[in-house]
Design a protein around this ligand. Sequence first.
Ligand SMILES: Cc1cc2nc3c(=O)[nH]c(=O)nc-3n(C[C@H](O)[C@H](O)[C@H](O)COP(=O)(O)OP(=O)(O)OC[C@H]3O[C@@H](n4cnc5c(N)ncnc54)[C@H](O)[C@@H]3O)c2cc1C
Ligand code: SF4
Ligand code: SF4
Length: 434
Amino acid sequence: MPETTVIKKQYDALVIGGGIAGGEAALNLANMGFSVVLVEKDLSLGGKMIHLSKVFPTLDCAACITTPKVSETARHPNIKIYTYSEVKNIKKQSDKLFTATVFKKPRYVNEDICTGCEDCENACPVIVEDQYQHDLVGRKAVYIPFSIANPRVANIDMDNCILCGACEKACLAEAIDFTQVIQEIPIEFKAVIVATGYDMFDPKKLPNYGFEQNKNVVTAIQMERQLVPTRPFNSVLRPKDGKMPNNIAYVLCAGSRDETVGNPICSQICCMYSIKQAQLIMGALPMADVTIYYLHIRAFGKGFNEFYQQARSMGVDFVKGKVAKITEKENGNLIVRFEDVYKGKVKEAEHDLVVLSTGILANKGIVELFPGLNLETDPFNYVKQVKELENPSQTSIPGVFVAGTASGPMDIPDSILSAGAASSETASYIRRLS
Ligand SMILES: Cc1cc2nc3c(=O)[nH]c(=O)nc-3n(C[C@H](O)[C@H](O)[C@H](O)COP(=O)(O)OP(=O)(O)OC[C@H]3O[C@@H](n4cnc5c(N)ncnc54)[C@H](O)[C@@H]3O)c2cc1C
Ligand code: SF4
Ligand code: SF4
């Protein structure tokens, strides 16, 4: 039976999602003196950005920007954080007040006393695929999510735990607690910021590219993990045989601008993250050739075109062409069949690793958090900005605002700007209530 906390906790604002947009919005409100409750469904704050290598177009280290913000958010006296939690049943009690319930899932580890020492991890005999390294390596059944996780606290994955008790014996802090259950925490608040981010397009929906059957076809997010300082291997390696690749291809618009897979819009980030990764690969593997197959290069932001030209001058080969099919040879190399648009010919080229620059999709299911309140979405399932030009953070529900990629594809600087807009609109809304 769930443990129920009876005291209703009251806050000025609820922020849903602890990525860069949600964290920024919560910090802005907290710094203005408002009390904020931030609910993050994952084990750590930081969203997708905390897992990135460097950021375009400056090549600044992503973790160096994310981790100070995340720790400032986590330590702020005006912010209460629930990680590994979900908020449900957001309802209006009156024009001025919302109510909801936070469901805090059990980690089977006491967060207040776990020191993050990893002794439990070392003792655990169970190894499964590590979702934070996109299945490139393994992790234990009890695990610290990733090295820069916040909070840096262990979690037991009960689906794979064999209840051997080795972690409990190894933990000197006595933090392992198999008796934990879901906690239900009722909360009240005056306004909401939805900052629930995006989902990745599933490359299995592109059967011609053979993701999974062709072992040396990877996604850009898997490549991103191979380029971060906390990478699983000490170099970029092909998954099939651990060989260092010499000739890498990128396939842009994999699952974006494609009606046939149900995602007709541009994901706005894939051109630039691919150009970024191509430059990082040239640093990691100085002898490697990199080819980018593209339809159009959309380098529209500040400094983006210069960044694109920099990749060209470093020797990245840009081929304007639609990739039709990828097949794997016996030696693991891949034959890429494509239409060379400038030459008007169908051609084939051999590469030893192919990266799919997969697009992004709306995080569905947000509407259900607001039963009876009609949170409207746009035709692509992103949260609808009802006054896109005059007040881009406003949604169809008075008092509910949207920040970051929850409202559509955007990069990190635009997500931070959008969080700034959402937090100032939220602040003036709350002030107008009193
Ligand atoms: C391979 C790759 C490389 C990239 N490289 C760059 C780059 O170099 N530069 C750049 O500017 N951008 C880059 N991006 C884009 C960048 O990731 C996004 O712009 C940014 O992460 C958006 O932040 P966000 O907070 O809106 O969303 P997210 O990072 O998706 O954060 C949303 C958060 O909300 C949480 N959440 C979701 N649903 C719920 C719920 N129901 N309840 C509670 N919590 C919830 C999620 O767990 C997550 O923590 C890259 C993207 C990819 C895929
Ligand atoms: S649960 Fe115990 S052993 Fe595991 S990281 Fe926390 S303090 Fe260390
Ligand atoms: S009890 Fe579970 S988590 Fe702990 S060591 Fe055994 S298998 Fe691992």
